[in-house]
Ligand binder design. Sequence first.
Ligand SMILES: [Zn+2]
Length: 271
Amino acid sequence: MTPELVGPARRSVTARRAPWALMYHAVGDPRDDPYLVTVGPDRLARQLRWLCRHGLTGVSMRELLAARAQGRADRLVALTFDDGYADFLTAAVPLLREHGHTATVFVLPGRLGGLNDWDVQGPRRPLLDAAGIRAAEAEGMEIGSHGLIHQDLTATDDATLAAETTESRRLIGEITGTAPVGFCHPYGALDTRTLLAVRRAGYAYACAVDPGPLAGMYAMPRTYVGNRDNSPRLHAKRLLHRLRGAHLIEPAPHADRAPRPEPTALPREDS
Ligand SMILES: [Zn+2]
């Protein structure tokens, strides 16, 4: 088991086990989706019940990180929905509420009420508009930024990168009244330059998919969940998350105090 603290007790960074975060996109008819990012409502309901059966509560990434800082995140899983599809409000939120979960939705304030034109092969899906974003927040969901219009930020010039990170944060703040703390890298594409830009824009964390050695508070790994993910596959994905043991380099919560070690045993796997 990797200890919480790396190096001498007064180091100002720690390497902590990454929390388990699930990555969703659209909720609707999963047929004819070449990208396999649409989960049927029935399947989502079964996946949410699977979490409940295993004593897990789905929460927003913001809530999970706050709980984690207080050492009470053991039974929490972050649920995240990328792209801000309108079906998040109409199909996902009612199921989340019914099962006692919340989630983070990463929206595109440069495409309010628009379409997912970046997915060349379709299908076309409507995106949340400002009223939809406010309604999702009123239902207890966290609103995060996915940039302005869904671009690969590693391929943008500096001005575009700054606009995608800073301007999207400002626009969401105008819609909800609160600047978002979370960002999600479009396509999961990132490098040190984009990570720094996200941090500079004022976000507290950013989600990625499989960030490899860049894993950290601004590149949080997530587990893809699709319509094929039944109970055995969710078990396998949870196990894989544990076995891979991704760790996040992050500032020590109390660098000037003695570290509080993490539990040395993995949580018990319920039946
Ligand atoms: Zn996306």
